[in-house]
Design a binder for this molecule. Sequence first.
Ligand SMILES: [Zn+2]
Ligand SMILES: [Zn+2]
Length: 362
Amino acid sequence: MEASEAEFEHPRKAFGWAARDSSGLLSPFNFSRRETGEKDVAFKVLYCGICHTDLHMTKNDWGNSIYPFVPGHEVVGIVTEVGSKVKKYKVGDKVGVGYLVESCRSCQNCVENLENYCPKSILTQGAKYTDGTTTYGGYSDSMVVDEHFVIRIPEGLPLDAAAPLLCAGVTVYSPMKYYGLDKPGMHVGVVGLGGLGHVAVKFAKAHGLKVTVISTSPNKKEEAIKNLGADSFLVSRDLDQMEAAKETLDGIIDTVSAAHSIQSLIGLLKSHGKLVLIGGIEKPMELQAFSLIIGRKLVGGSLVGGLKETQEMIDFAAKHNVKPEIEVVPMDYVNVAMERLAKADVKYRFVIDVANTPKPNS
Ligand SMILES: [Zn+2]
Ligand SMILES: [Zn+2]
């Protein structure tokens, strides 16, 4: 049976919560982690954010899930052991792990610190590691990760609120930097006000930008402006509002993963404006070439960020007090949390209090 194989595959005992099939239901799971290798950092997991990717992969929405599946790629904890060749970390350090635990280290992307675009990168959860074993994520009591893929959590950032930065944070920070949407005084739009969108608003404000939240639901207006610090709010279904806002934005970060029209968003861009998609919409979209040609506009994408940039992002967040809004929940609440996340019933990110959840079998 797979579960018992996982338990004795490696020497280090580990405990987490796993989905066993596409029902996505998570339950206690005994497995194992490798010994701390020369360049490995072992850490006790304290907190782990719940990302939309976790929800998709527990239910095998993308058809490539490996069961048992332990999700979690917004992992924060305290170092318990380091390998003999580890240079950056020592026991007791506060660290985190995001989307990736390995890459090829030699392709053009890897050489340029863009491990996130390495074709051989290995995901933290539900992937095959270099030794052929399955990677298990941070809904578990411990992690063992090569130091290259470990992030230092800066002082002054609460560990629970730091967790979502490791995926959601860098996913919105990276496109702002790459597409040059980080210059003070610029005006950007943020489409969707969920786990990604609310952090995008906070990073944009920290960069000194003017921010307009674009949403289908007018009832998010007060929240966006009063609590998250956005400057204005646009209801995307209100054609008068959309018309009045035409050609006012330098860029748009579109975080929505449900199918939606991007044509009206392009209309909001000034000449040379950029629309960046980070939401993973599966259905092909319609696009009028002339809406880009006239005004030299651009539609692009972006996927998380490299390790160097992830460190830069979290240091920036600590310095500028960018903190995700979180709801901390115990591990045994995780199935309810997943259901609520599917209905967007969370403000704005669940974070599992992993360390304070008792193990049932020990
Ligand atoms: Zn994620
Ligand atoms: Zn590579």
